[in-house]
Design a protein around this ligand. Structure first.
Ligand SMILES: Nc1ncnc2c1ncn2[C@@H]1O[C@H](COP(=O)(O)OP(=O)(O)OP(=O)(O)O)[C@@H](O)[C@H]1O
Length: 392
């Protein structure tokens, strides 16, 4: 392990952040996809798994209800609902609540993914992964109460900076690698790594959010899900795959951080053309002038054959940690957040949400907690039915 911590040098490296309006940035947000192939269902994958030891809760059970919070504003929107900044009426702290429409989840066949998100998140305690404090439901929606991460998305910082200098990309990549290693040690595949899902805390360290596609799996699985730019060739090729798809995605992330765009990006490219390029592999692309070690690690992570991919070899994540591109990283100090982050979000106070883009506040919040027919409640047994009726 290196004596000199990476990143003791990092704060000297200026990040050039032009003041691009956030609304423009949001147009480039990439949607995640999820399709469970009909011939091979999720349940068939269970048969291939060795039995898994049930996950333990990382925090004591907390019972929340809508009336415990005052909703402040929207922080983000997703396929099934919104994430709001809220304030607890009891301890006056700020939290983020993700609200998901049960109807939309059922209609898009995401019930299992949503239940996975909740059970997995409540079992994880890691410095670089979002904390889930509790979850509940009312007649129409599911609610997940998380720590509020005020620094915004790494995506926003990257688009505003155009690209990151090598040591900055290395800092974020190293924190992501630690988080992935932790997830994999619990047999969890994350499956949606991208800058949009990496949030920055007040101290500039990362918090990975959005576990909507994460899954416990000790061996292989089949579901086509993730974000097209970040899909490993075996997912695109509809083959079975394992947690090494997360290491592949780390390779794409490093490429995107260093160059500003993902490896196979082309404006107005359709998904079929993108998938063809992913299948052919990164040696066919024109490489920007990265440092030799960076290129080498990206190629080892984006290896098309999972049995030869870094992170999936005999030494597992150890090979990634020991790669020369990471040679300056003091992994122990990094994990304990003793290393200063390269960029400190400008946050004026506890509930400051200026790092997030502004979303029109529709009147959906007025409907939260309202009595309604509830045909889907039993599909979500881990979300307690505790919501009060009426406004919050
Ligand atoms: N704990 C949090 N603190 C601050 N902001 C958050 C938090 N969780 C989520 N967000 C914001 O809300 C956005 C949407 O959250 P998330 O990705 O979890 O929702 P989603 O519905 O699963 O989205 P998608 O459909 O894109 O997968 C995030 O990109 C982020 O900007």
């Amino acid at each position: 392990m290196a004596d000199v911590a990476l990143v003791s040098k990092l704060p000297d490296i200026p990040l050039i952040i032009p003041s691009t309006p956030l609304r423009v940035l949001s147009e480039y947000h990439r949607g995640s996809i999820s399709t469970t192939r009909t011939s091979l269902t999720e349940s068939s994958t269970q048969d291939l798994d060795e039995p898994l030891i049930p996950l333990q809760r990382a925090r004591p059970r907390a019972n929340y209800k809508l009336a415990d919070f005052i909703i402040q504003r929207t922080l983000g929107t997703g396929s099934f609902g919104r994430v709001h900044l809220v304030r607890s009426k009891h301890n006056l702290r700020f939290y983020a609540i993700k609200v998901l429409s049960k109807d939309k989840i059922v209609k898009t066949k995401q019930v299992e993914h949503t239940n996975n998100e909740k059970t997995i998140l409540e079992a994880i305690q890691h410095p670089f992964i979002i904390n889930l404090w509790g979850a509940f439901q009312d007649d129409s929606n599911l609610y997940m109460v998380m720590d509020y991460v005020p620094g915004g998305e790494l995506f926003t910082l990257l688009r505003r900076s155009n690209r990151f200098p090598d040591p900055v990309a290395k800092f974020y990549a190293a924190e992501v690698a630690l988080a992935l290693n932790h997830l994999h040690s619990l047999d969890i595949i994350y499956r949606d790594l991208k800058p949009e899902n990496i949030l920055l805390n007040h101290d500039g360290h990362i918090k990975i959010a959005d576990f909507g596609f994460s899954k416990r799996c000790s061996s292989v699985t089949w579901t086509l899900c993730g974000t097209p730019d970040y899909l490993a060739p075996e997912i695109v090729g509809q083959q079975r795959y394992n947690k090494s798809v997360d290491w592949y995605a780390l390779g794409v992330l490093i490429f995107e951080m260093l160059s500003g765009l993902p490896p196979y990006h082309q404006p107005d490219q359709n998904t079929v053309a993108l998938y063809e390029k992913i299948s052919r592999g990164p040696t066919f692309i024109r490489w920007p002038p990265f440092q030799v070690n960076a290129t080498d690690l990206i190629l080892k992570l984006m290896e098309g054959d999972p049995s030869r991919r870094y992170g999936n070899l005999r030494h597992g994540a150890g090979d990634v940690f020991a790669h020369p591109w990471f040679s300056e990283v003091d992994w122990v100090k990094l994990k304990s957040r003793e290393i200063s982050a390269p960029y400190l979000p400008k946050i004026s106070g506890d509930g400051d949400a200026s790092a997030f883009e502004k979303y029109p506040e529709d009147n959906a919040t007025a409907l939260y907690g309202r009595p309604a027919p509830d045909p889907w409640g039993s599909f979500f047994p881990h979300f307690e039915h505790t919501a009060v009726h009426g406004t919050c």
